[in-house]
Design a protein. Structure first.
Length: 260
């Protein structure tokens, strides 16, 4: 199933199945109803605070120099996986992109990365999203190899609560690739809280810079070892131009909020 399509299994967690099912069906045909559905979905998490205080406004956290692993070690595991595994599905909105299966969080070869990432998310990132009574669980982990003129159409990961991308390898050329994150203010007159921090500074002093973003599209130009985390309901797309000189390798992931 496409990540932009909601999973029926999530309805088992809801208090009123028959209320959400019609909204879910209508949300497949209307963006406004889809946003309304997402709002109600988060509001049902009664172990966190209200939807409007915790989920809106949307939040993005950018961590630079996220050096938690040796890059060559992870690169070798990625290319070995690509060589030895067949991909179970091909998504039509990808072009010139190789994407692994989304279950690398269950793969022993990638456990060292998942464990360190999970520890960091729960130790340092939870507070940015006002998460108090839950822990962050990595539910999906995969890698993407982007090549010349590759792109990914706008989509959202509505089966998760938080999503993120770690950029393992990028090119130093200008305009080599961007991640576009779309502001949903069209429906809620909202803005995006953006927090930026360097990994070392965050560990020692918890220093970060805050930006209130009110434009339509937040254009993120990733560098090597950048980490970005955002709410999973945010629509986003990927564009890479012809100036890419080598594979751009990223490691996206989706997370769930699990009650403590």
């Amino acid at each position: 199933m496409d990540d932009s399509i909601l999973n029926f299994k999530r309805f088992r967690d809801f208090k009123n199945y028959y209320f959400f099912l019609p909204i879910f069906i209508l949300s497949l045909f209307s963006k406004k109803i889809r946003i309304f559905y997402i709002q109600k979905k988060f509001f049902q998490r009664d172990y966190e605070n209200s939807f409007f205080s915790n989920v809106y406004p949307p939040t993005i956290v950018v961590i630079t120099n996220f050096n938690i692993i040796k890059n060559n070690l992870l690169l070798n595991k990625i290319y070995n996986y690509k060589k030895n595994n067949k991909i179970s599905k091909k998504l039509n909105y990808h072009k010139n992109i190789f994407q692994s299966n989304h279950n690398l969080h269950q793969n022993k070869e990638f456990n060292f990365f998942k464990s360190r990432l999970s520890f960091f998310l729960n130790k340092k990132i939870r507070s940015f999203f006002l998460i108090k009574n839950s822990r962050i669980l990595i539910d999906k982990l995969w890698f993407v190899i982007s090549r010349i003129n590759s792109f990914m159409h706008a989509h959202a990961h509505l089966q998760g609560d938080l999503s993120g991308v770690f950029y393992l390898q990028t090119t130093y050329r200008k305009n080599s690739g961007v991640l576009n994150i779309y502001n949903p203010y069209k429906y809620f007159n909202s803005y995006i809280n953006i927090y930026k921090a360097d990994y070392k500074g965050l560990l020692k002093y918890n220093n970060f810079k805050k930006l209130i973003f009110k434009k339509k599209i937040f254009v993120f130009k990733p560098k090597k070892n950048d980490l970005i985390i955002f709410h999973s309901y945010l629509m986003h797309s990927v564009e890479n131009t012809s100036s890419i000189s080598k594979d751009r390798i990223s490691v996206p992931f989706d997370c769930l909020l699990i009650k403590n």
